[in-house]
Write a protein that binds this ligand. Structure first.
Ligand SMILES: [Zn+2]
Length: 407
């Protein structure tokens, strides 16, 4: 048995508590100073158990962040700066990445591990990552990501979407790779702009849904297409989700069109998404149209935040800090009140749980001990300053101590 006592921390900025963690799970929360069940010595080890104590000194505690949309396989993080190249269109970036990635050793175990370490540094302890599956790398990227996650002892829980970045129908053989990835444990298969990449939205979506139903996996579609073309594909996805009985297993990533539709159609679309149990992930780019997030919330459409790729051949931006994304979401929507600012932090933490299939994610007894300690007054203060993560506990393991990464 391994136990860890986090003494004197303030969940969400509330009253101070002591948190007891046993075998990687939160086993008790009690008012600060009242815990008696654990050693009060620091890092005392015996042959039978390891008791550790961390004095929080009133630091604010949050549940670990959940990055609901990442690409941990394709970053050049840790390498010398790579100047951005390629045409600034989706197709231009796809072509550029395929032409250049070998030069930077993409994908690799080391590259994926570097990204996951940055996630941990910033308090992310679970992620849904899209991993490129194409005729060049086949399923090698997925194997790399799994190996990287294992090398970190599972500190970051990684859920994999087999992602056809180079297209589906236009690249014969990719459907077989997606099918194989699903058979081998990918939680979802991805899609990509069915209309503009494959130029056959019905064909791509029907093929994806056929695999998903047969293999019992989810679908997570990158939908960059704007306006009516994007709206049309939302409808195709919602119809198929209901027909296939995949409610609760389908996600739209980016989905810029939703914020661009005329109000009446947008409201219908939100209701349709809610009825079909479709979730939605965003990186909240400053250039996108604001979302009808209050309507989505009312309609029961789960919203997840993600960093997308960081420092890759698509974009030089991003450092893996989900709080920066939550702040971007707040600014994009003009959030001001404490309640709304707290909601933005919740999107990065507790509300992300469903995207990685966690039943219990929070500062509660029985949850995996994923805890972030920050020097902040309350959740709104966390959001606007995104202060250093003083401590990060991942599955009971101390992965950041005094702001320094330990793994
Ligand atoms: Zn993406």
């Amino acid at each position: 048995m391994t136990s860890l006592l986090l003494a004197d921390v303030r969940p969400w900025g509330g009253d101070a508590v002591d948190v007891t963690i046993v075998d990687g799970v939160i086993s008790d929360l009690s008012p600060a100073g009242s815990s008696t069940g654990s050693s009060t010595e620091s890092s005392t080890e015996s042959s039978a158990e390891t008791d550790q104590r961390i004095d929080g000194h009133g630091l604010l505690a949050l549940p670990g962040f959940v990055n609901a949309h990442a690409h941990v396989d394709k970053s050049w993080w840790g390498q010398p700066w790579v100047s951005y190249g390629g045409e600034p269109t989706t197709q231009g970036r796809i072509a550029h990445e395929r032409a250049e990635r070998d030069k930077y050793g993409i994908p690799s175990v080391g590259g994926a591990k570097a990204v996951l370490r940055e996630f941990l540094r910033h308090g992310t302890t679970a992620t849904r990552t899209h991993v490129d599956v194409d005729l060049g790398v086949e399923l090698r990227g997925i194997a790399n990501v799994r190996e990287a996650a294992a090398a970190l002892d599972g500190a970051v829980e990684v859920e994999i979407v087999a992602f056809p970045q180079d297209g589906v129908l236009r690249r014969p053989g990719v459907l077989d790779l997606l099918d194989k990835a699903a058979a081998e444990g990918a939680t979802s298969i991805g899609g990509l702009d069915p209309a503009t990449i494959d130029r056959d939205p019905v064909g791509q979506l029907d093929a994806l849904f056929e695999i998903a139903v047969r293999r019992g996996v989810g679908i997570d579609v990158h939908l960059h297409d704007h306006g009516d073309l994007g709206g049309f594909q939302y409808e195709l996805i919602a119809e198929r989700t209901v027909q296939a009985g995949l409610q609760g297993k389908v996600n739209v990533s980016h989905g810029f069109a939703l914020g661009e539709l005329a109000p009446a159609r947008r409201s219908e679309m939100v209701d349709q998404l809610g009825a079909a149990g479709i979730s939605w992930t965003t990186v909240a780019p400053a250039t996108s149209a604001p979302l009808p997030f209050r309507e989505m919330r009312a309609a029961g459409v789960p919203i997840g935040l993600g960093t997308d790729g960081i420092r890759d051949l698509w974009s030089p931006y991003g450092d893996g800090d989900l709080l920066q994304i939550a702040r971007g979401f707040a600014r994009l929507h003009g959030l001001r009140t404490d309640e709304d600012l707290t909601y933005a932090v919740e999107l990065a933490t507790t509300y992300g749980a469903s995207f990685v299939h966690r039943e219990n994610h929070g500062l509660t007894v029985g949850a995996r001990a994923d805890i972030v300690l920050l020097d902040a007054e309350n959740a709104p203060d966390v959001l606007v300053r995104a202060p250093r993560r003083e401590y990060v506990i991942a599955g009971g393991q101390v992965v950041v101590r005094d702001g320094e990464l330990q793994v």
